[in-house]
Design a protein around this ligand. Structure first.
Ligand code: FES
Length: 101
């Protein structure tokens, strides 16, 4: 069965675990993971809604090209796949009205 630990590349228990928040909910990550990897490992697949059809959007390319993983960190729009997660980081979904702003 897949869970938070089996989804991680290094599940040896050697990597330091840190805590961050996604839309106010606590989540865990390993030092060195991207925000996208940490969220995916914790079971989060949808990061925002598409502006036109409101369909769920999430990680796709994982290399900074598609911009499907856009999230807010410290009131700035960032790509979750290109942003290292940090202890105590507050990650928020992008407000729908702000996607095309
Ligand atoms: S998943 Fe494509 S830019 Fe992040």
């Amino acid at each position: 069965m897949l869970n938070d630990e089996t989804m991680r590349i290094d599940n040896s228990g050697r990597a330091t675990t840190i805590r961050f928040f996604f839309d106010g909910q606590p989540a865990s990550a390993r030092v060195g993971e991207s925000v996208a990897a940490a969220l995916f490992a914790s079971g989060t697949k949808s990061l925002r809604a598409s502006p036109r059809e409101h369909s769920p959007r999430g990680m796709f390319c994982l290399m900074g090209s598609c911009q499907e993983c856009l999230v807010m960190v410290d009131a700035r729009r960032v790509l979750a796949c290109r942003t290292p997660v940090a202890d105590g980081m507050r990650v928020e979904t992008v407000p729908e009205a702000g996607i095309n702003a």
